[in-house]
Each structure stands twice: as structure tokens, then as C-alpha cells.
Design a protein. Structure first.
Length: 275
């Protein structure tokens, strides 16, 4: 019997962490690679003067051309195919007709549904001549995510992973957003467990082979406090400091973890033009 959305939602409500098999890993790799390919596709388009609405339309067309569905489109009333967050926007930025400006740092977050499975990833882009402090924040955020991923293996805890992210970011005089977290993913967009990006070693659930989830730290140049604007989606830093985010979707293997959302064009870390 095929698992229904209602059954998946019930599992999440009960706090059950799904353990997936090889077929789920194969499906997650396919969905994750396509989402990463969409971010590759726009890497040469994110430039001064381009609007976030134009980027969103390119992502929608890419999904349609490849037999995928944008998971965010009409999700809880959201009407776009991506979230695009600029400068002090922490996450869930809504695409609009405002053009990108010289010096902007931009996060583009894409989730595609491919054959019923979700692929979820986000990446930072640098627009024009970006300040040293903004570029440094982007570098710190990417490194924090990768240090967290390096801790993911059977027997380690979510606290081990979270502490690796937090300790690195704070040593670089940045702060880790606490209001948003990663999440389990598969046939359900947001599943158990919640993946915190701050914590203490040895605490939290233990990683087991077969878990699939996102790691997506949001790192601020100022304080960690955020607020959600009146549109109900856009989250910004309270002190207007810059914020950056990267996101990978991973699966725990018998010996470590597999990243499902690596860039097919090796465009993992900006500035992409130098790779």
C-alpha cells in the first residue's frame, strides 16, 4: 500500500524518525541533484539588475522542463517556486520585481518534487563587488555547514553536528540563528527530526543509517535575533546585520553520510566564476 500524505503527517505528529532504504536514497539523489542543477543554471544569471521574480520564473521553467514540481508553489499559500533572501533577510524571502544591486549577497532556496520525493537545497550568490565582510560571512556559513556534515555518521548525535556548526561560527565572531532549523525530508517536505544548528556534544537523537534530512545553518554577522515581516514569510535580522545560509540534503550511511545535493557543475562555494 502506498504511503499517503495523511500517514506521513501522522508520523511527524508522533515524532517518529523515518529510516529509509536504498530505493529512498536513490530517489533522494535524483531529486537532490535536479534541485542542485537548478542552482547551477542560475549561477550565470544572478547579476546586477536582475529581479528575484525573474530568477523565480527561471526556476519554475527549469522544473517544468525536467518533469519536476516546485515544492514551495502553493505550499501553505506560498505562490512562488523558490525563496530568495537578500542581505539581512535570513530566510523565506519572497521573489518580487526589485532588481539586485551591486554588493548584494543572495540566498536562493529550491525544493523540487521528483517522482514523489523531495530534493531541497540552497546556495549563496555574490552580486557585483561584494564587501569583504559580506564575502567572509558567506565563507564562514559554507564552512560551518560542511563541518556539521562531517559529524554525521551512525553513533554520533545531532548535538555533535550542531556543536560543530555553532562553535566554528561563533569563533569567527558570527551568530547562529535559533528560530529556524533543518528537517527530515523524503516523501514529506518537512518531516522528523528537527535539525538544530546549535547545541552541545553528545546531546540529542543519535544518527542512524537510513535517516534523511537537511542541514541548513543561517549565520548572522550580528546578533542571532530575527523577526518575521507582515507578509508572514520573510524573516530578517532584528539588527539589520547581514545573514547567509547554505543547505544540503544528506542521508546517513553505514559509514558516514551521502550528500544528495552536490552541484553537478562543482559550483559548491562562491565566487563561482573562479572555479
Amino acid at each position: 500500500m502506498t504511503t499517503t500524505e495523511a500517514q506521513l503527517s501522522e508520523r511527524r505528529q508522533r515524532g517518529i524518525i523515518k529510516i529509509h532504504g536504498p530505493e529512498a536514497f536513490k530517489a533522494s539523489h535524483k531529486a537532490g541533484r535536479l534541485a542542485a542543477s537548478a542552482l547551477d543554471m542560475i549561477s550565470d544569471v544572478v547579476k546586477i539588475g536582475v529581479t528575484t521574480a525573474e530568477l523565480d520564473q527561471l526556476i519554475f521553467k527549469f522544473a517544468m522542463d525536467h518533469g519536476a514540481l516546485p515544492a514551495t508553489l502553493m505550499y501553505r499559500g506560498y505562490t512562488h517556486s523558490s525563496c530568495i533572501s537578500i542581505n539581512h533577510v535570513v530566510c523565506h524571502g519572497v521573489p518580487d520585481d526589485k532588481p539586485l544591486r551591486d554588493g548584494d549577497i543572495v540566498n536562493v532556496d529550491v525544493t523540487f518534487i521528483v517522482d514523489g520525493w523531495h530534493g531541497d537545497t540552497s546556495r549563496m550568490y555574490l552580486v557585483g563587488d561584494v564587501s569583504r565582510k559580506a564575502a567572509r560571512l558567506v565563507d564562514v556559513t559554507y564552512e560551518a555547514m560542511m563541518r556539521g556534515i562531517a559529524e554525521v555518521k551512525p553513533g554520533s548525535t545531532m548535538g555533535d553536528m550542531a556543536h560543530a556548526i555553532q562553535s566554528f561560527a561563533e569563533a569567527e565572531r558570527c551568530s547562529v540563528v535559533r528560530d529556524f532549523c533543518g528537517h527530515g525530508i523524503g516523501r514529506l517536505f518537512h518531516d522528523e527530526p528537527n535539525i538544530l544548528h546549535f547545541g552541545k556534544p553528545g546531546e540529542g537523537p543519535v544518527f542512524q543509517a537510513g535517516m534523511i534530512f537537511t542541514i541548513e545553518p543561517m549565520i548572522n554577522l550580528g546578533k542571532a535575533n530575527v523577526k518575521v515581516l507582515s507578509d508572514g514569510w520573510t524573516a530578517v535580522t532584528r539588527d539589520r546585520s547581514l545573514s547567509a545560509q547554505f543547505e544540503h540534503m544528506v542521508g546517513v550511511t553505514e559509514t558516514g553520510c551521502e550528500i544528495f545535493t552536490l552541484s553537478p557543475q562543482q559550483l559548491h562555494k562562491p565566487p563561482y566564476s573562479s572555479l
